[in-house]
Design a protein around this ligand. Structure first.
Ligand SMILES: [Zn+2]
Ligand SMILES: [Zn+2]
Length: 267
C-alpha cells in the first residue's frame, strides 16, 4: 500500500526554477494523496553537463538542435532553489534530485561532478544508444530504429542499464525497460535480462522505477514495468518505486491507480 503514495520522479523541465513552480507540483501531489514527492530535472538542462552530451549533439543535426533548446540553466540556479525550498514547510515530504543521462564513457566525469552537489536521491537513466536518442518522436525512428538492428538496440540499452546499476552512482534507475515504448519487438527472450538486472539491483541496493510515463506519453500497453520484470524484481527483493515522470504538475501520480501489484512491491 505504502509504495503507491510515493511519486519518485517528476520534472521541473517545462517551467522555471522557482519556488512557485515547485509548489504547483507539491499541491498536485497532495491532492492525489502522495506522501513523498521526488522532484528532479535532467542533467541536460544544465550548462555544467554540456560536455557529456558531445556524442549526442555531434551525432545528428536534429539532436544538436534539440540539445541546444534544452540547455537553459546553470546547476547553481537549481542548487539555490533547493536551498531555498529546504526552508519551506511542505505538507508532504519533498526531496530533490537529478535525473542523470548515463552512459559508461561519462562515468569519470559524473563521478567528479556529482560528488560536488549533495542530493536527496540520484536517478540514473539511459536515454541514448551510442549517441542516438531513442525516444524522440520527431527523429528517433529515422535516426535509430529504422537504421539499426532492433535486437542490438535492446541489448545495448540493457547493457547500459546494468552498468548504471553497477556504477554505484545512483540510488534509483529511471524507467528501466522504457526501450519498449515504440513497441518494436526485442527479437529475443528478455527474461534472462530481467533476472540479471534484478540481481544487480539487489546487490547494489538500487531502487527500480515502476514508471507510468511510457503508458500515457507513448501509449504503451504496459502501465509501468513489464509484468514479468516486475515479478522478478519483487522475487529478488528489489525495492520498486512508483514514478510518473510528470513533466507538468497535473501529471503527478498519473495512472498510479492502474499499476499492478504495488502492495507486494515493498520488501
Ligand atoms: Zn528519463
Ligand atoms: Zn524523467
Amino acid at each position: 500500500m505504502k509504495n503507491k503514495t510515493i511519486d519518485g520522479h517528476v520534472h521541473l523541465e517545462n517551467g522555471p526554477l522557482t519556488k512557485e513552480y515547485v509548489w504547483e507540483f507539491v499541491r498536485s501531489a497532495q491532492k492525489k494523496g502522495i506522501e513523498t514527492l521526488q522532484i528532479l530535472d535532467h542533467t541536460h538542462r544544465f550548462y555544467e553537463f554540456h560536455d557529456m552530451y558531445k556524442g549526442v549533439y555531434e551525432s545528428a543535426a536534429e539532436q544538436k538542435e534539440w540539445f541546444e533548446k534544452k540547455q537553459v540553466n546553470s546547476i547553481k540556479e537549481y542548487q539555490n532553489l533547493i536551498e531555498e525550498m529546504k526552508k519551506e514547510a511542505f505538507p508532504i515530504e519533498v526531496r530533490f534530485g537529478l535525473e542523470v543521462c548515463y552512459s559508461p564513457e561519462n562515468e569519470p566525469f559524473l563521478r567528479q561532478i556529482l560528488a560536488k552537489f549533495p542530493y536527496d536521491f540520484l536517478v540514473g537513466s539511459v536515454h541514448s544508444i551510442d549517441g542516438l536518442l531513442y525516444d524522440m518522436d520527431a527523429f528517433s525512428k529515422e535516426l535509430l530504429w529504422e537504421k539499426q538492428d532492433i535486437s542490438s538496440i535492446y541489448k545495448r540499452y540493457y547493457d547500459r542499464v546494468k552498468a548504471a546499476i553497477e556504477s554505484g552512482l545512483f540510488t534509483q534507475i529511471g524507467h528501466p525497460d522504457v526501450i519498449k515504448m515504440y513497441n518494436y519487438p526485442a527479437g529475443y527472450d528478455l527474461l534472462p535480462t530481467y533476472h540479471m538486472l534484478a540481481k544487480a539491483a539487489k546487490e547494489h541496493h538500487v531502487k527500480m522505477e515502476d514508471n507510468t510515463g511510457a503508458h500515457y506519453r507513448y501509449h504503451h500497453e504496459d502501465v509501468g514495468l513489464n509484468d514479468d520484470f516486475r515479478q522478478i524484481l519483487m522475487d529478488e527483493g528489489v525495492e520498486i518505486i512508483t514514478a510518473s515522470d510528470a513533466h507538468y504538475p497535473k501529471d503527478v501520480a498519473r495512472d498510479f491507480s492502474l499499476l499492478k501489484k504495488q502492495d507486494q512491491a515493498q520488501p
